[in-house]
Design a protein around this ligand. Sequence first.
Ligand SMILES: *Cc1c(COP(=O)(O)O)cnc(C)c1O
Length: 354
Amino acid sequence: MTYSDSTRCVHSGLPAPQIGAPVAPGPVLASAYHLDPEGYVTGRDGYGRPDNPTRRILESAIGELEGGDCLVYASGQAAITALLLTTLHPGDTVVLPSDGYYQVRVFAAATLADLGIDVIEAPTAGPYPSFEGVRLVLLESPANPGLDVADIRAISAVAHEAGALVAVDNTTATPLHQRPLELGADLVVASGTKALSGHSDLLLGYVATRDKSLLEGMQRWRNLTGGIPAAFDCWLARRSLSTLALRLRQQAANGAAVVATLRKHPAVSAVRWAEIAPGIVSFELDSAAAAAAFLGASKLVAAATSFGGVHSSADRRHQWEDNVPSGFVRLSCGIEDTSDLVADIETALDASMG
Ligand SMILES: *Cc1c(COP(=O)(O)O)cnc(C)c1O
């Protein structure tokens, strides 16, 4: 029996029913576990950094949704840097998105270059360079914040032909809208801080893969560098996952209505929206001052970075990265009622025109 999205979100990862046990187990907060006095027994929980049952529940839930084995990390950035540092070695070449999450490029310039790793940047929508001699191609689709989309299936086929690994940052789409492992990618990496957990109250990252040796390498790396998420945050994330499909549905409805409003408003240009990340809309206002006026006038849209939460929010991306125009806004639709959100955004857009 294959279940649909909301059913999978509710049930994934939960332990088999046991009479007297909780339907939804609470967080196991533990750094130390009782050991067998005779010595450590493999496969039993021994110490909190490698072992935590609440974390394993979250990992099997996300793994089920992505269609692979999952490891969670303290943040998306912890997961991405773990992926880069375990798969790349001095002399290797990596292809990174030129329009993806900017801190990955900052990390590449600061750390990968020092390690003797060559970094090539390519725009998500292409054109891509030859993958001959490339060890890893990292895609981000839809890319944050421009929302361009990559053809994961086609790019994976070409990269594999050249002997390169393919990893996809699936943060904006979530595994309900896109499953990169099914499209041929070797690894998925993502920030669970955004829509996956969706309540703006925790940081989380994950990788998922069907390749046991990549998984083992990443698990070893996580244990030795220590970038694990706290058990309580894992519990919150698993709890939030139950409503992922419901939340995305309302965010998509709001996204569609907001896009229609933006497209006909005279203050707005360059509206960007991707079908597989339907709660996120990027657009341009005339200036940084207009973006500030828009955010100041809205009562429902919080000025905040991050996205995918139940509360609508918007970010002036130019304050963090200079490869977008000064009036560029990335708007994340929450789960408010559509008519309330649209009315609020219309009023704020009018105010942005001064
Ligand atoms: C936010 C984000 C990250 C980084 O995740 P954190 O949880 O903030 O460390 C990586 N990739 C994308 C696409 C993101 O939006």
